[in-house]
Each structure stands twice: as structure tokens, then as C-alpha cells.
Design a protein around this ligand. Structure first.
Ligand code: PFF
Length: 466
């Protein structure tokens, strides 16, 4: 059986942008920005996207395109059977992410419908508290999952490519329209100021905690570390510059994220709601509650949650595809069977997260950051010390002159510098979860020892097998 490929390069780029743009941009990003000092967070986040996110994204795609396989098959093919375990990390990360993601997707679906009837307008807080977890939440999660299954079931080009080619431009248009409309509301100015003016003292006093939050968010928003971008790149039929594609994907994702911020913060300020209130529920309580007081509130609510729904769906698809690709490539299952099996798995894990707030919090808050960071760390060390020259060759394949010039700096970044950074944020994050705060110098020292040790091992290993 021939392996599926994207019909066009644009189709691939839009599918990848669809994966990147999602709840991370609209739900997680404003929430983290609000609790990490506004523009201070935005600044570090943008820096991490450029210096870590883009090279990391390309490092993940290099593995997919070179092997034309799912994560497990890719590492086995390129590095030998024992590297399958690294693909296993990607599968686990996919399960962690989609298990809570589809619960939030269910909330969004419910709010899209409830906007049409105005169900939450009168008492937004009570409404959210009544629907966030429980049987109803599990039901809507299942519906969201069903929509995801339907697209993945239809296949790479006829399902994913077709759906995201319509969805992504739709997201840009609708958010653009909302941003313009929000600017006309009285009192919205405070939102721009909060979002765009930098508090240097805050940044100085909280540098490391803001940095760690920004790093986790940067990986999450670019969909790296779980093998989604690896899998999407494995369907590339033609050799074009991965560096150019990665830059375009990250730029569009960041642009849409900032656009979402330009809708959400001014809207909150115009209604006198503080953006820090409500944590993960902020979008649903603060913002949704505010809709009720606006003119055309039902239309605004349906449009807003409708766009978020599209964005969430185009991301959920990419995570599900990781596991489906694995079953199709490695276990020779047909796509319909593989999709049904994976759908069944998430029905169970997602239902558990929809019934248990503590499980949900664990997955969404801490585990997601940790598994994505660990995944990307492994991918990049693999590029740098197992693939080595082949990674650089793949980077340069199809690349134009500019991209070729960046080849060597990219290689050293993914082989050494970025792994150090990821190990640092991983250890800091792990310390925070375990309740043993790790100071920045200690985390850095441990990162140097850990990454240095891994490099020494990998070098002697590949030298002896070469
Ligand atoms: N990038 C998606 C978002 O910002 O909502 C989330 C995501 C998708 C994370 C795919 C990881 C992944 F593999």
C-alpha cells in the first residue's frame, strides 16, 4: 500500500498551522499571559519561539520527512530498533495532551451551542461550575472526539488537508473581524496597554518563573514534542525547505496568537473584568460572561466560540493522527480500524479527565509541559548525535540559499544549546511539580551534567556502531 501524501505544499503548511493554532493560543495563552505579568510574558514567549521553537520544530520535521514514518517507526528506521522507545515517548505525550484537550474541546462545543440560546449569560460563573466536569462534560467531550475521528478517518489528503484548508483561513478572517470590532468598544484601550506595555521590574523579579512558563507554552503552541509535526512532515511527498516551512508555520501561529490576544484582552478590559481572574476558567467565566452584556450577544458568542471550536478541532486532529499513523504503519491496521481503536482509547481517557478535575489539572497543567519538553529533548539529541550529518543533509534538502546558510548554526543549536535549555526548563518544572523547588543555578548545573553525559554516551555509541 502506498503511503498517503499531502496534495500540495500549501495543504501541508495549513494543516501544520491548524495543528499549531488551537486552544493553546486562545485559552492557555491569555490565561498564562495574565498570570505572568502581561507583556513581560509576551516578550519572553516571543524570544523562546524564535530561538527554541522554530529550530526545534524543524528538528522534529527533519525526522519525519527523512523516515516517512510515524514516530515509533521513524526512530527505529533511522536509529535502530532500540530507538523505538523514543517514539513511545511521543505516543505517551499524544495521549496526555489529547485526553484533556478533548475535554476543553467539549466545553467549547457546549458554549457554542449555549451562546445561541444565551444559556450562560445571566449567571456565567454558576453555569461553568455546573458543566465543567461530570457526565455532561464527558458527553460533550465524546461529541468533540467524534468530530475529530470523522476527519482523521477520511484520511490525510481528503480529511485533514481538506478540512484544515477551509478552517485555517476561516479562523484568521473571523478573528480579524472580531479584533476590529472589539477596538470600537469603549474602554478597550486598557487591554492593549496590559498586553503590549512592558513592566520591566516585574520581568526582573520573576525572570525564571516567567521563562519556564513561556518555554512550556512555546512548545505547546507549536505542537512540538508529541510527534504531531513529525507525523505531518512524514507525509511530505516533495522536498522543499523545512526551515522555510517551519518559519512560516511559527510566524502564522504567533500572528494568530497575538490576534487572539488583541480580541480577548481589550474585550475583558472594556467590560471591567480583570484578565487574571479565574485561571483556566477565565475564558469561560470572564469572557463568556461578558458576552451577555454586549449588543448582539448571541451572535458574538456563537462566532467567538465557533472559531475556537475550529481551532481546537484542527489541533486535535493532528494529535490523533500520531497514534493512527503508528497503528497503520507498524501494525498494518486499515485507517478505519486504527481510527476507531484510537477513538475508543480517548473515549476512555478523556472521560476519566472529564469526570475528575484533579486528573484534568494534572494532565493540562504540569504533565503536558513535561512530556512535550522531554519528547522534544529526545528528538533533538537524536538529530544531533544519532543522525548527525544526515540531519544536516535533510535540513539542506530543498533549501534555498538563505536556509543553507543557517544549516550549521541550526545544527549546533539542536545538538547542544536547545537541549541544555530544555533540560533546564524540564528540571525546573519537575521540581515545581514534585514540591522541591530547584534553584536556577542548580537546574542549570544538572542540565549541563545530564545533557553532557547523554552526548558522551551517544557519541561513543554511534562511533562504535559506525
Ligand atoms: N498546538 C496546539 C494548541 O496550541 O492548541 C496543541 C497541541 C497540538 C499540542 C498538537 C501538541 C500537539 F502535538
Amino acid at each position: 500500500m502506498t503511503r498517503a501524501t499531502w496534495r500540495t505544499r500549501l495543504g501541508f503548511v495549513l494543516a501544520a498551522v491548524g495543528s499549531a493554532v488551537g486552544l493553546g493560543n486562545i485559552w492557555r495563552f491569555p490565561w498564562l499571559t495574565a498570570t505572568n505579568g502581561g507583556a513581560a510574558f509576551l516578550l519572553l514567549y516571543l524570544l523562546v519561539i524564535v530561538l527554541v521553537g522554530v529550530p526545534g520544530l524543524v528538528g522534529e520535521m527533519v525526522i519525519g520527512r527523512r523516515s516517512r514514518r510515524n514516530p515509533v517507526g521513524a526512530f527505529a528506521e533511522l536509529g535502530g530498533p532500540r530507538w523505538r522507545v523514543l517514539g513511545g515517548v511521543a505516543l505517551v505525550a499524544s495521549v496526555v495532551v489529547l485526553s484533556f484537550y478533548s475535554v476543553v474541546g467539549g466545553w467549547i462545543l457546549r458554549y457554542t451551542l449555549a451562546s445561541a440560546t444565551g444559556a450562560y449569560f445571566a449567571a456565567p460563573e454558576q453555569y461553568f461550575a455546573a458543566i465543567d466536569y461530570g457526565v455532561g462534560a464527558a458527553g460533550f467531550h465524546a461529541l468533540f472526539l467524534l468530530a475529530t475521528v470523522a476527519v482523521v478517518y477520511a484520511g490525510v489528503d481528503r480529511g485533514i488537508e481538506l478540512a484544515t484548508t477551509v478552517m485555517v483561513p476561516g479562523i484568521v478572517l473571523l478573528f480579524g473581524g472580531l479584533a476590529v470590532w472589539v477596538a470600537t468598544l469603549p474602554g478597550s484601550g486598557g487591554g492593549y496597554e496590559f498586553f503590549l506595555s512592558l513592566d520591566v521590574a516585574y520581568l526582573r523579579d520573576n525572570f525564571f518563573s516567567v521563562l519556564v512558563a513561556a518555554a512550556g507554552q512555546a512548545l505547546f503552541t507549536l505542537s512540538v514534542g508529541a510527534g504531531a509535526m513529525l507525523t505531518y512532515a512524514s507525509y511530505l511527498g516533495e522536498d522543499r525547505s523545512l526551515a522555510a516551512d517551519g518559519t512560516i508555520i511559527a510566524a502564522l501561529n504567533t500572528g494568530i496568537g497575538v490576534l487572539a490576544g488583541l480580541v480577548i484582552f481589550p474585550l475583558l478590559f472594556s467590560l471591567g473584568v480583570s484578565p487574571g481572574e479565574g485561571g483556566p476558567g477565565a475564558l469561560f467565566v470572564g469572557l463568556a460572561g461578558a458576552f451577555g452584556t454586549l449588543p448582539y450577544s448571541r451572535v458574538v458568542g456563537v462566532v467567538f466560540f465557533g472559531v475556537v471550536l475550529l481551532a481546537a478541532l484542527s489541533s486535535a486532529i493532528s494529535i490523533m493522527e500520531v497514534l493512527v499513523a503508528y497503528l497503520v504503519d507498524e501494525h498494518a491496521l486499515s485507517r478505519p480500524r486504527a481510527t476507531a481503536g484510537v477513538g475508543g482509547l480517548f473515549l476512555v481517557t478523556g472521560t476519566a479527565a472529564a469526570l475528575s478535575p484533579s486528573l484534568f489539572g494534572l494532565l493540562a497543567d504540569t504533565l503536558a509541559n513535561l512530556v512535550l519538553t522531554a519528547g522534544l529533548l529526545g528528538f533533538l539529541l537524536f538529530d544531533g548525535w544519532v543522525l548527525r550529518r544526515a540531519a544536516l543533509d535533510e535540513y539542506e534538502t530543498g533549501a534555498g540559499r538563505l536556509a543553507r546558510l543557517t544549516g550549521r548554526p541550526w545544527y549546533y543549536a539542536v545538538a547542544v544549546v536547545i537541549p541544555l535549555f530544555l533540560a533546564f526548563t524540564f528540571l525546573t518544572g519537575l521540581g515545581a511539580v514534585a514540591g522541591v523547588p530547584v534553584s536556577a543555578p542548580a537546574a542549570l548545573a544538572l542540565a549541563v551534567v545530564g545533557v553532557g553525559g547523554a552526548i558522551v554516551l551517544l557519541r561513543s555509541d554511534t562511533d562504535s556502531t559506525a
